[in-house]
Each structure stands twice: as C-alpha cells, then as structure tokens.
Design a protein around this ligand. Structure first.
Ligand SMILES: Cc1cc2nc3c(=O)[nH]c(=O)nc-3n(C[C@H](O)[C@H](O)[C@H](O)COP(=O)(O)O)c2cc1C
Length: 147
C-alpha cells in the first residue's frame, strides 16, 4: 500500500560557512525566523553555531523539510551549504525544540576533549550528528526560542 507522503518524516543535517561575523544580532534574527516558521510547520531541530560555521539538524515532514532546506540554502548569511546526512525517521531526536541553539566555542573543554580536531567539513555525517547529540547531553548552553 502506498504510504501518504505527509506521514513520512525525515531528519536532515547540513554544515555551512557563515558569511561575515556571527553576531548575536544575526543569531537572534535567524532564531526568531526559525521560531516563527518551524512551529507552524511541525519542524524541530537544533542549530549549532561557532568558529565561523553553522551546522543544523532539521526534522519534520519530508516536503516541509525540503522546502525549508531550499530556503536556507538560498540565505545569503551563509554559504557552502553541504548536506551531511539525510534519513527517514520514526522518532525525532529534538522533538521538544522548534529550534534549539547550541554555541560551540573553541575553548569549550568538552569540545576539546571529545572532539579535539573537530572540523565539520572533514567529519562524516554520523560524526557530526554524534557531536550534536553529545553537546545536548553535556548540557551545553541551549537557548530555547520563546514559544
Ligand atoms: C544558519 C541558518 C539557519 C536557519 N534556520 C532556519 C529554520 O530552522 N527555520 C526557518 O524558518 N528559517 C531558518 N533560517 C532562515 C531562512 O534561511 C530564511 O531566511 C527564512 O526562512 C525566511 O525566508 P523568506 O525570506 O524566504 O520568507 C535559517 C537561516 C540560516 C542562515
């Protein structure tokens, strides 16, 4: 039997390079847009920011995730958007966040210890995904968008 596409959920992970400095104003504006949009679309995930790059996990209904990903790719605030991982899912990893934010700092002891030479452009998709999960588990500062 054909599964209706609206019931297919996916998880997508990409990495990108920030264009210009990653200011608080820029991050706040990205999160505000994510908050407003993702909630209406049933999209959840986490945005990691640091060291001149972003990586982001987006989960939700397949066509909605694709539409959002196309918009994000076209956003001039970053470039070199590389798709690292894409899968169909039964369960979400980040279901409670319309978009959590994790700041990655070079000086962060956890990042140094567990991922000393972490470079998302040379890491594999599963490695970066694990990094995101480690950060969340380690209780890194996560700023929840106000709902
Ligand atoms: C790194 C990054 C992550 C983003 N994440 C999201 C997101 O999760 N949800 C969202 O709606 N917009 C996100 N945006 C913003 C979109 O790229 C876009 O600006 C926004 O959806 C408004 O699109 P529009 O001007 O075509 O309406 C992100 C932008 C960047 C640079």
């Amino acid at each position: 039997m054909r599964v209706p596409s609206h019931s297919i959920n996916v998880r997508l992970l990409y990495v990108s390079r920030a264009v210009g400095p990653q200011t608080t104003t820029m991050t706040t504006s990205i999160l505000a847009q994510a908050q407003a949009h993702n909630q209406t679309q049933g999209i959840t995930g986490v945005l990691c920011q640091g060291q001149g790059f972003f990586f982001q996990v987006i989960e939700g209904e397949r066509s909605r995730v694709s539409t959002l990903y196309r918009r994000i790719c076209a956003d001039a605030r970053h470039q070199d958007v590389d798709l690292l991982h894409y899968e169909e899912i039964n369960e979400r990893h980040f279901g409670q966040w319309s978009m959590a934010l994790v700041h990655l700092s070079v000086d962060d002891p956890m990042v140094r210890l567990q991922h000393p030479d972490f470079d998302p452009y040379s890491a594999t998709g599963p490695q970066v995904m694990q990094q995101v999960l480690d950060l969340l588990e380690a209780g890194q500062p996560i700023h929840l968008p106000k709902v």
